[in-house]
Design a protein around this ligand. Structure first.
Ligand SMILES: Nc1ncnc2c1ncn2[C@@H]1O[C@H](COP(=O)(O)OP(=O)(O)OP(=O)(O)O)[C@@H](O)[C@H]1O
Ligand SMILES: [Mg+2]
Length: 146
């Protein structure tokens, strides 16, 4: 597991952008963390790293936003997903493996995540601008990421 301490939203976006640089194009990236943890900020940086120029925002109501950059990106927000039927209706199972799937509120679909997906847990600290990132599945790229 990799650990990274971010001291600003910009630093979180830069982390996302560095991680974009090591992706092969079909990964599932499952993010865990509270409201305001920085899941969307991280995704924004990742998309920027893939050359996506449109603005990235939380797809809370849409559930999924699709972007097209170096690879397709499917950005999910599972905040409102309560069960597998809800998830099925979003097209989640059709998107897997056709591009990068990056998921906010992965807590809500734990059983449906790919066993070997990249897992990113973001934790707030006492410092309002600090976030701890714990990243599973990208140890081979430690030099680039951290
Ligand atoms: N180090 C940091 N990394 C990321 N965001 C930070 C950091 N420090 C402060 N922030 C602020 O925290 C907020 C993160 O918001 P963001 O929308 O990315 O969170 P989120 O995890 O997607 O929340 P939600 O669950 O509501 O979708 C922003 O207002 C950002 O400016
Ligand atoms: Mg968000």
């Amino acid at each position: 597991m990799l650990r990274f301490v971010s001291k600003s939203a910009k630093s979180t976006e830069e982390l996302g952008s560095r991680i974009a640089g090591v992706l092969k194009g079909k990964e599932m990236i499952a993010m865990f963390g509270d409201l305001g943890a920085g899941k969307t900020a991280f995704t924004r940086g990742l998309c920027e790293g893939l050359g996506i120029v449109e603005g990235v925002s939380s797809p809370t109501f849409a559930i999924v936003n699709a972007y097209s950059g170096r690879y397709p990106v499917y950005h999910f927000d599972m905040y409102r997903i309560k069960d597998v039927d809800d998830l099925f209706a979003t097209g989640f199972y059709d998107y897997i493996g056709t591009g990068i799937t990056i998921i906010e509120w992965s807590e809500n679909i734990g059983s449906e995540l790919e066993p070997d997906c990249v897992r990113i847990r973001i934790t707030k600290t006492d410092d309002e601008n600090e976030r701890i990132f714990e990243i599973e599945g990208l140890d081979a790229y430690a030099d680039i990421i951290c």
